[in-house]
Design a binder for this molecule. Structure first.
Ligand SMILES: Nc1ncnc2c1ncn2[C@@H]1O[C@H](COP(=O)(O)OP(=O)(O)O)[C@@H](O)[C@H]1O
Ligand SMILES: [Mg+2]
Length: 377
């Protein structure tokens, strides 16, 4: 059986089953290979004993409990034995339930996650997130834009779409995240946000688990995930912020916005975030104002936080942005020649060109980092 290259191969799973004469276990199996919905497993073993499974037996597969995982056991998934084999080693072929490998975090590729955040509201986060998505999609990147502003989601309004299902349905357990992802006319997909959702920190373990399982599946189906967030330093925002590969802190050049941007960056630095934070200066008169404002925050970050804070890009104050918001079409799409649109295209080149994961983030996926952050808090 060919392997699909997923990291499910070689993993050891706990297995529970009903077979006459088999002791209580705990039993384990090793995944020898996977092929789409099928997996080749060793026969269950426990100590020195091996159990024999017949075709038709239903088995419950669970990743083994890892140290420091928290009190709740990982969920089990029911799979059915299709046939038993004796060669080359005694093994069984099972049909895996839908979403199994995603739920175990076994993804073939993990998208880069770019979180768009700000200290102060109304500085242009959603406009930046939406137009960055359009501009990256134009560079043939597979982009998913997630409206993660759980309080006042409005990406759907900026895109002129009417979602029939949102993140709120996912959290409520009515839909899977992969069913809520939908296309847009602009070459990327979107996960619409639901307004009035509880803060992520206030979600039950079950709701949060559903959200993470959804993101885990999403990570395997995109090059870049752009996440718009709510303003400020609520725990929901900072944990997304800490788990991201890159964080774009959007600010205008006005002092109150700069002060709030610095406060957000300080919270992130205290939370252990040392790399991959960048500034985006929005609504500036030109490069001089952008650089001067970025230098003020950057200087404070260097002196007081020991943090390098590069300027990822700047967008001019441009009436085309206001027009595009009223027309409910991204400015990059509706007014490609506008100064703001050219600035977004430059920002996208900067974001795409800088595709290396920062050292702090290497190895772990966004979902794994997010899970440990919420567990720790
Ligand atoms: N570069 C810009 N030039 C002109 N107006 C802008 C620009 N960026 C944002 N705006 C205006 O600011 C408003 C708020 O932006 P939005 O992205 O919704 O803010 P946030 O998500 O940070 O709360 C937009 O509706 C738009 O009218
Ligand atoms: Mg917004």
């Amino acid at each position: 059986m060919p392997t699909d290259g997923s990291t499910l191969a070689n993993r050891t799973l706990r297995v529970a089953f009903d077979a006459p004469g088999a002791g209580p276990g705990p039993w384990e199996v090793k995944v020898l290979a996977t092929d789409g919905k099928l997996a080749l497993l060793t026969l269950p073993y426990s100590g020195g004993k091996v159990a024999v499974l017949n075709a038709g037996t239903r088995v419950t597969l669970t990743p083994p409990p890892a140290a420091g995982r928290g009190p709740d056991p990982p969920a089990g998934h029911v799979a059915t034995v299709l046939e038993r084999r004796l060669k080359p080693v005694p093994s069984v072929i099972v049909r895996l339930p839908a979403g199994f490998s995603e739920a175990l975090g076994a993804v073939d590729r993990a998208a880069r996650v770019v979180v768009v955040a700000s200290g102060k509201g109304g500085v242009g986060k959603s406009v930046v997130a939406v137009n960055l998505a359009v501009a990256l999609a134009r560079q043939r990147q597979e982009v998913v834009l997630v409206d993660g502003d759980l309080g006042t989601a409005n990406v759907d309004v900026l895109l002129g779409i009417q979602p029939e299902a949102t993140l709120a349905h996912v959290v409520a357990g009515e839909r899977d995240l992969m069913d809520v992802v939908r296309g847009t006319p602009y070459g990327f997909r979107v996960v619409p946000g639901g307004s009035g959702l509880p803060e992520v920190a206030n979600l039950t373990e079950w709701q949060f688990g559903r959200l993470l399982a959804g993101f885990s599946a999403l990570e395997a189906h995109a090059d870049v995930i752009i996440m718009d967030t709510g303003a400020g330093i609520g725990r929901n925002v900072t944990n997304f912020f800490l788990a991201a590969d890159d964080v774009m802190v959007v600010t205008t050049p006005e002092p109150p916005a700069l002060v709030d941007a610095y406060a957000l960056i300080k919270t992130a630095a205290r939370g252990g975030r040392r790399h991959g934070i960048k500034l985006v200066l929005n609504r500036v008169s030109g490069p001089d104002e952008a650089r001067a404002a970025a230098a003020r925050v950057g200087e404070a970050a260097r002196r007081f936080l020991g943090l390098d804070l590069p300027l990822a890009g700047w967008i001019t104050e441009d009436p085309a942005v206001g027009h595009s918001v009223r027309r409910q079409t991204p400015v990059v799409w509706g007014y490609p020649q506008a100064a703001a649109s050219r600035a977004f295209a430059r920002l996208a080149v900067e974001v795409a060109g800088d595709g290396q994961r920062p050292p702090a983030a290497a190895g772990k996926s966004f979902v794994e980092r997010l899970r440990s952050l919420f567990r720790a808090g």
